[in-house]
Design a protein around this ligand. Structure first.
Ligand code: WTA
Length: 649
């Protein structure tokens, strides 16, 4: 693994909010005296009633996590109202549309009015504190308005990525028992339209059959495309916001009142509703946004994620707006109209900080340097990476070609569950090693353990746990606290287990090696292999399916499916297409299988457990080292799997 060291550039050091000495001192205090550290840094948000209790958390027994619990506040107030006096006319959001000639600026004052109006619409239509609102939107400012409107009145938002299918959307509406849904007629990405309203219509039908009746489907007119209309339920966003007052008080929320649910995939079962609460989450997203990106007053900051994912929640909306930043919201894709788009957008808005995913970096790297070099990028100061391990080649390209060696790269490791960044360099403090997320953020105590749970010290390779709570941590799985305990605190009792493998080098730097559970990471999107498997076996021709990830040059991991057919069914190109369509219908385009292999049998132990290790090796085209196959019930199936493998390097 490359361990080339990139020292902190002098410029970055001079400008930085936190240098290395400060990092070391603050980090030590944050773990030796978390009460004191967070009592102080908890003040970075505005409280209606100040907290007196700081931390009250245990990872044992019933697992209870509470931060700032007797304080009251409001997330939308912190993102908007408290900035109005000083920055009413400053851009809060710069919207960069799918087509390069469609940009809009929303000031903090305009944001206040938009959010208040929408909050009043929600209230007028019966949404009350604690109710769940589902948001199924394209990447337009109205998606952020909807999140903040919920926060303002104490409703709990559940944003569902616009790429999910009607089935997947319905599952989330039902799980959250959500009767108010916000959508748009159509989304637009890379010049193509996405039928969001039609999908939402189908989802409402499915949810209705499953016992949840959507009462309001608030629809934003984005393209003006044709949509079906159900009187009584469907209303136009702009018609409604015009009818109501432009002011709406921010509800006083307890620090531990829920702010949002975000569904994420795990190794088993259906996606789970990760629940985040108000006070700790706001403190965590705001402090990480400021120090990880070395955000200074006046900087223009761009996180090119989608609000459908946690990165969009924490680093397009809540973190930056809590800090009074200007946050760019991008509707399109990095390769449309061509591979220059990101860098042209940087020049157009004079963007200082860019935060994106390795999959985008690899795709742009593949398109060629000329798309980068024809742009200036002189405004850039810090570059960020998130979502999956970044390979050193992509890191070096990002650093040298995009950043011209000037810009520190912050490779940030975190998860939907952690609420915000956990392991990361700080631009003015941390010497960088390409491919390493480097060191823990303040208050984060990583630990590596082996499969039996023995703690590994020093240089080591193991499973990544966190030993104590941090303010941004998820509090529970919505509606299923037992699942929360089982998923995160039972593998290694008393510790939060991330599901990631990790190496720590002699300098104490952390290198995330990827998931060690049955979760795969496709273009930075988390996917449970079990979800894809259940979509496949739902097809009448399939009797059994096993899904694994395999290395993919651009996506990071691709989806490799093994299927066993029902007796009498023949494999055909048509059936392959049906299976692909089946998965797309059940989950969405992001789960499209890359490879499907028909297997007369799957390798199983005598007790019937599928040996995924073997399936992974074959999918990786690395079948020379299958290890011990003697425990297989029928070792012969392996030869057939190898002979018919779909990924030949
Ligand atoms: C992976 C996204 C390596 C990891 C914020 C984690 C990373 C999962 C990195 C969470 C990184 C995220 N280096 N791997 N910098 N960042 N991951 O919940 O496997 O969508 O467990 O959150 O992405 O994905 P999620």
């Amino acid at each position: 693994m490359s361990a080339k060291l990139h020292p902190v550039p002098e410029d970055a050091k001079r400008r930085a909010l936190v240098d290395n000495e400060t990092y070391l001192a603050w980090y030590e205090r944050s773990v030796m005296d978390p009460e004191g550290f967070w009592r102080e840094h908890g003040q970075r948000i505005d409280w209606f009633t100040p907290f007196t209790k700081v931390k009250n958390a245990t990872f044992s027994g019933d697992v209870s996590i509470r931060w700032f619990e007797d304080g009251t506040t409001n997330a939308a107030y912190n993102c908007i109202d408290r900035h109005l006096e000083k920055r009413g006319d400053q851009a809060a959001i710069i919207f960069e549309g799918d087509e390069p000639d469609t940009a809009r600026t929303i000031t903090y004052r305009a944001l206040h009015e938009e959010v208040c109006r929408l909050a009043n619409v929600m209230k007028a239509r019966g949404v009350a504190k604690g109710d769940r609102v589902t948001i199924y939107m394209p990447m337009v400012p109205e998606a952020a308005y909807a999140m903040l409107a919920c926060a303002r009145i104490g409703a709990v938002h559940s944003v569902v990525f616009g790429g999910f299918s009607p089935e997947a959307l319905a599952g989330r509406i039902v799980d959250a028992q959500s009767t108010f849904v916000v959508t748009a007629d159509e989304g637009v990405r890379g010049g193509k339209t996405i039928p969001l309203k039609a999908n939402a219509d189908k989802a409402c039908d499915i949810a209705g059959r499953d016992g949840v009746t959507v009462e309001t489907l608030l629809t934003l007119k984005r393209t003006g495309g044709d949509v079906a209309w159900k009187e009584g339920r469907d209303v136009w966003y702009r018609d409604e916001t015009e009818k109501v007052e432009a002011d709406c008080p921010a509800e006083e929320m307890s620090a531990e009142d829920p702010l949002f649910i975000l569904y994420t995939s795990g190794s088993t079962g259906k996606p789970k509703g990760v629940l985040h609460t108000t006070g700790g989450y706001m403190v965590w997203t705001s402090i990480t946004h400021q120090y990880v990106f070395d955000y200074h007053e006046g900087d223009i900051y761009w996180c090119a994620a989608d609000v459908g994912w946690v990165t969009g929640h924490s680093y397009i909306v809540y973190g930056p707006l809590a800090n009074g930043a200007t946050t760019v919201m991008f509707e399109g894709v990095p390769t449309y109209p061509d591979a220059s788009r990101l860098w042209q957008t940087v020049d157009k808005h004079q963007i200082n900080i860019v935060y994106t995913a390795p999959t985008a970096i690899r795709a742009l790297m593949g398109a060629g340097n000329e798309y980068v070099s024809k742009t200036s990028r002189s405004s850039l100061r810090v570059l960020g990476s998130v979502g999956e391990p970044i390979n050193p080649e992509a890191w070096e390209w990002y650093h040298t070609v995009v950043g011209e060696g000037r810009c520190p790269i912050v490779d940030t490791w975190w998860q939907t569950e952690t609420g915000g960044i956990m392991i990361t360099p700080l631009p003015g403090a941390t010497d960088l090693k390409p491919g390493s997320a480097t060191r823990p953020f303040f208050g984060v105590q990583p630990q590596l353990v082996d499969a039996e749970g023995a703690v590994l010290e020093g240089e080591a390779d193991g499973n990544l746990c966190i030993t104590d709570s941090w303010p941004g941590q998820m509090r529970t799985v919505y509606g299923d606290h037992d699942r929360f305990i089982k998923t995160y605190f039972s593998a290694y009792p008393g510790k939060y287990f991330s599901g990631d493998g990790c190496r720590r080098d002699t300098d104490g730097y952390y290198w995330i090696t990827g998931r060690v559970d049955d979760v795969i990471n496709v273009s930075g999107h988390r996917m449970g292999t079990a979800e894809v498997e259940s979509a496949l076996v739902a097809h009448e021709a399939v009797s059994e399916a096993a899904v694994v990830g395999y290395p993919h040059a651009v996506k990071g991991q691709g989806i490799y499916c093994y299927v066993t057919l029902m007796g009498g069914r023949e494999w055909s190109e048509d059936l392959r297409k049906q299976l692909v369509a089946q998965v797309r219908n059940e989950i969405g385009g992001i789960a499209t299988p890359d490879k499907i292999q028909v297997a007369p049998g799957l390798p199983k132990t005598r007790s019937g457990k599928i040996m995924r290790r073997i399936l992974r090796k074959i999918a990786e085209d690395d079948y020379g080292s299958l290890g011990d196959t003697s425990t297989l019930a029928d070792p012969g199936v392996v030869d057939d799997l190898i002979a018919n493998r779909q990924n030949r390097k």
